[in-house]
Write a protein that binds this ligand. Sequence first.
Ligand SMILES: Cc1cc2nc3c(=O)[nH]c(=O)nc-3n(C[C@H](O)[C@H](O)[C@H](O)COP(=O)(O)OP(=O)(O)OC[C@H]3O[C@@H](n4cnc5c(N)ncnc54)[C@H](O)[C@@H]3O)c2cc1C
Length: 396
Amino acid sequence: MKSICIVGAGQAGAQVAISLRQKGYEGALTIIGDEGHLPYQRPPLSKRYLKGEMPQDGLYLRPAAFYEQQKIDVLNDRVTQVDMAGHQLTLASGETKGFDRLVFATGTRARQLPAELDARGKQLAGIFNVRSISDIDRLRPHMQAGKKLVIVGGGYVGLEVAAVAKQLGLDVVVLEAQERLLKRVVAPQISEFFAGLHAANGVKVLCGQVLKQFHGTESVSGVETQEGEVFPCDLVLSAVGALPNDSLALASNIECDDGILVDGQGRTSHEDIYACGDCSRFFSPRYNCSMRLESVQNAIDQAKIVAGSLMGEGAEYDPLPWFWSDQYDCKLQIAGLARAYERVVEVGSRDNHSFYIAYLQDDKLVCVDSVNHPKSHMMARRVIGQPWREDLLPPA
Ligand SMILES: Cc1cc2nc3c(=O)[nH]c(=O)nc-3n(C[C@H](O)[C@H](O)[C@H](O)COP(=O)(O)OP(=O)(O)OC[C@H]3O[C@@H](n4cnc5c(N)ncnc54)[C@H](O)[C@@H]3O)c2cc1C
């Protein structure tokens, strides 16, 4: 194999390249990314980087010298077309780039607000997303004490920004369309805890709120809900989830379905093309369903599988997903997926901000959400799937 190109210079793209070199691949290796940065980690964007506690270089996964030493070309360009028959990429700059094998690691983009709202939002200044370094660099100068921020979406990203904004002295309202925060990923007990945590820090959290329209002429000045309430604001954060960047793959006739479909080794429907990270969807034997995960764990672990697969190894990807979120003094850690469960067991003290919830299905442990309880998280990653016993996880 003479050359491998990776489209997307994010967590997964960088890991494929790093692992390929570690596994002894000596051919040409190129990462093409369109953000004008070396590959970087996104989690601090909504946490320490937004707060101004982390320099930009702290985000980079490796310094420029690493890629030079490893003979990994990192190109700042956008791939606009893939010629499968000719094994050639067309770039936005007009350049072309040949490849023997291609890896899509194109990640996700921010989901837009509903059409009419979004059309209006695009005309108004003061409406932000939080996905990239440039999003944060645009937002941070507006994060000034006393300003009014409305956050649309009570998922991880919205809540992490709420915590930072509150700590910086802004007035913060979170509007969530579902009846509780983080509904997609945690049990009601955890939602309740985080709603209480934000309220105790002075954030106004309102669930079951569907947006109707933005107010303002040049800059946004308010957000109106369908119930007719208007929340005055100086800025709005849209944090309503993410969509996979699979259009380039689709245009290349690669099978996609809310993500680029890959098998257990990260291979797409075209034999020379692979995909990994947020943009890919795979079948999990562990959960007996297809899934697309948006997490650092998945980006790194699936990238390693793809690198192995490119080197002719046969390892199959079937992860136990894990994730974390930092809000105020609380670290939420999730091990496993609580897609279906019959009951939960809660251990520890919510008042002391140190507890965990074990999710049980057929009397087996399927997932653990912990708050400031790293021991239970680490143990859960080892024992998930085992029959439940009181001593399976650590005490309070
Ligand atoms: C604000 C925020 C906070 C997060 N916090 C956490 C957390 O606490 N814990 C956790 O586990 N996960 C967290 N995540 C999720 C995690 O960062 C992602 O799962 C991870 O970055 C996915 O890596 P990836 O390489 O698949 O995609 P990305 O990191 O999104 O990288 C994809 C790259 O591909 C580029 N690209 C796309 N199309 C093209 C093209 N045609 N040509 C060239 N380049 C292209 C994109 O611009 C992007 O740079 C967070 C994400 C965000 C946005």
